[in-house]
Design a protein around this ligand. Structure first.
Ligand code: FPP
Length: 243
């Protein structure tokens, strides 16, 4: 076995498989800078980023992580040039078409979190289809945040909870979040060197462990995820109590 393989298995071996986070969330950041460094259009970074999402989702599923949530398009991303927005929407469409063909076979549930009223009717129909198909599938769940904003999600849930005439408790409120039924992420990862949450999972992050690294998303790989999980496993999680 070559040195490279031995190094890889050594690193992966440090992940304690009995203490994996059930839910990992990732802000897929740095696509634009990755492309610029190579003299490529920003859209090239997003295309590679979509492949990296596939690779990391597969790795999470194989590790035994139950949920992966990724920030793919924020409520603020509409401000970007039309060409970039169109490329991202085309990537989402292709991914959904592919998912519709393979998710039952691969036991993958796919959910979209966000306000879908602003996306095209074609994408809305595909989102409804994948969300509906997922209700009948058991297994790993990938959540893609599309036209998603944490504040928007909180307002949306507050309005729905009030309209339903329910008492405003944490439990009732959480039932109206886009993430209803999904446990809060134990680990939130942001690559690319930015150290902020940028309106991501603001309700759900209350006790999440945060992990930041400099890798740009298109360079993110299984070993980068291992490093994040290993770091998470060293944290002392007290949830406001004492041990
Ligand atoms: C942030 O990097 C990234 C985005 C706004 C888009 C993320 C979307 C993908 C990776 C495609 C996902 C596709 C599927 C199928 C889920 P940035 O462009 O802001 O990077 P920068 O900060 O370097 O400019």
């Amino acid at each position: 076995m070559g040195l490279f393989d031995r190094k890889k298995s050594c690193k992966a071996g440090q992940v304690d498989m009995s203490r994996l986070p059930r839910h990992i969330a990732i802000i897929m950041d740095g696509n634009g800078r990755w492309a610029k460094k190579r003299g490529l259009p920003r859209t090239a970074g997003h295309k590679v980023g979509a492949e990296v999402f596939r690779k990391i989702a597969t790795y999470c599923k194989n590790l035994g992580v139950e949920y992966l949530t990724v920030y793919a398009f924020s409520t603020e991303n509409w401000k970007r040039p039309a060409e970039e927005v169109d490329t991202l929407m085309a990537l989402f469409k292709n991914y959904m078409l592919e998912a519709i063909d393979t998710m039952e076979r691969d036991h993958i549930r796919l959910q979209f979190f966000g306000d879908m009223s602003a996306v095209s009717p074609e994408l809305q129909a595909l989102v409804e289809r994948t969300n509906e198909m997922s209700r009948h599938i058991e297994g790993f769940q990938a959540n893609i945040c599309l036209n998603y904003g944490g504040r928007d999600e909180i307002l949306h849930a507050a309005r729905e909870c009030t309209a339903a005439g329910e008492e405003l408790t944490e439990e009732n409120f959480a039932k109206h979040l886009y993430s209803a039924g999904v446990p809060d992420p134990e680990l939130i990862i942001r690559p690319s060197g930015e150290i902020r949450l940028s309106n991501f999972l603001l309700w759900q992050c209350a006790y999440s462990e945060l992990y930041f690294c400099d890798t740009l998303w298109p360079d993110f790989d299984e070993r980068t995820l291992d490093a994040a999980i290993i770091d998470y496993q060293k944290r002392d999680r007290r949830f406001g109590g004492v041990k």
